[in-house]
Design a protein around this ligand. Sequence first.
Ligand code: ZN
Length: 415
Amino acid sequence: MLVGTLGKSIGCSYISKSFILASRRCEPDFGRVREMETHSSKLPLKHSELPSVSRNISVLSSFDVDCFPKNEELPLPLKSQGTFRNPWNSWRDKRLWDILRWLTTTKDESNVPKSSYELDQLLPVHRVNRALLEKPLKEGKFRLTWLGHSSVLAQFDGFNILTDPVFSERCSPFQFMGPKRIRPVPCNLEDLPPLDVILISHNHYDHLDKNTLKELLRSEKHRHAILVVPLGLKSLLNRLHLDTRTCQQIYELNWWEHVDLDGKLRVFMTPAQHWSRRTICDTNRALWGSFAVIGSSVKFYFAGDTGYCSVFRTIGRYLGPFDCAAIPIGAYHPRWFMSPQHVDPEQAVKIHNDIGSNFSIGIHWGTFILTNEYFLEPPQLLRNVLASNKLHLGSFQTLRHGESTHGPYSEVQIH
Ligand SMILES: [Zn+2]
């Protein structure tokens, strides 16, 4: 195990040059990893916690000097009294008054039809093609399958990666109340190919669903999957009473830290402008983030849940350009209230450009009604924004629930 230097703690807003490496059995295949002096900073993952599954896994905290120049400053979350905070001026905390104003003065324009027949016409669900998902992909090819809201199965370079899996009926602490899905899940968890990586962007109920995670982690089929989560989420996941094996598969990272899998896949946790809360007394006690997943021939970006800020250009500069991305386009109205935490389609296209995405799919819409815009407005607005920016409509698409698309972009096909 090698332990490098952490330039500044997460209590600071910026990190300069440093990394920590804990490796097991093999070195990653991503070029040179420089050895640094030992430092007493606490690793997000202790060597003893490495999973017993037969995979080669390296955890690299902070960043690898091959990716990030030493003299560059990268934003880190602010931290005080055990809570995290966004480091950008574009963030604004919500006051109770804002929430009351939103709830009492903004008209709900979602207008979701009551009739399931009408919904089937407007927002059809495509049963996931299980055989298609099992088909191996050639080098340089990817397959993205939208499973509703922010759940995406990304496949490339021999890996199956699942983002923010939510398969429950409601995204809520309770299954008898709270936002209920307007479209059914397009498959069962057992219909998915054996997973390698599960990414969780933050702890909000529409992104972290304990019932889905329990089922996934207890499944024999997905027993080799690792979970990559932001700082502060592991204790919550441990409280889900998962067994010892599955708890050892959870990797908790700060922004810019990464995990290497089998020496062939590097998963970076990257920043997002958002917040966290699971109960009334744990606001911002866990971090939030996005992910850059770098394979041997394909790069994928998962934006998680985010408002727009300057960090996407930084992500694009150091980890991009990306072959494909999943970027939120919904839950944005009213803007005066939602803009710090949720992008609208115009800002989603900015992220697409900032990170250098060659092909993106729009997520975080059409599944749970969380805000006030018309439920079909996000894809319509997305097309308008692409047209007005003279971008090809095919470069940033929305899929039907359960639909798969293949790339690279020049050959994108929908199934
Ligand atoms: Zn959220």
